[in-house]
Design a protein around this ligand. Structure first.
Ligand SMILES: [Zn+2]
Ligand SMILES: [Zn+2]
Length: 132
């Protein structure tokens, strides 16, 4: 798999952002160095990086697809009030974030599962403290 400078710049940008980001946020972060990169190009590059295991895709709540610079297995918390996405502590017991049983159940039902992840929804600590 050829590593293009554009791909490297996009991966770097997500790491610089350092948290879950939309393709549009990444596009804005590379706009000065890749002025001609369109949103679909950046999106496709991030999808490819996810396939290569360099970044992770996170479908959280009703918001747009997010890209995560952290590729180790971890669960997410999505705030239903402000939409913020948090990593749950890395030291969460493995069985909490292990999607294997869910994947096995899907397979047993005759489906062809590709991915599963733990997303906890609710109001984040910030919103609980300062309700809007
Ligand atoms: Zn919140
Ligand atoms: Zn994450």
């Amino acid at each position: 798999m050829r590593v293009t400078p554009q791909r490297l710049l996009i991966e770097e940008a997500l790491r610089r952002i350092g948290r879950h980001a939309t393709a549009e946020e990444v596009r804005r972060a590379v706009a000065d160095r890749l002025p001609h990169a369109t949103a679909p190009t950046v999106y496709a590059t991030l999808e490819l990086l996810a396939e290569l295991g360099r970044v992770r895709k996170v479908r959280a709540g009703r918001g747009p697809l997010l890209f995560d610079p952290r590729v180790d297995r971890h669960a997410h918390f999505v705030c239903s009030s402000c939409g913020a996405v948090f990593d749950l502590p890395a030291q969460a017991p493995a069985e909490i974030v292990d999607p294997a049983p869910a994947l096995a159940a899907a397979r047993a039902a005759g489906h062809h599962p590709e991915a599963a992840e733990v997303v906890v929804e609710g109001r984040c600590a910030r919103c609980v403290q300062a309700p809007r």
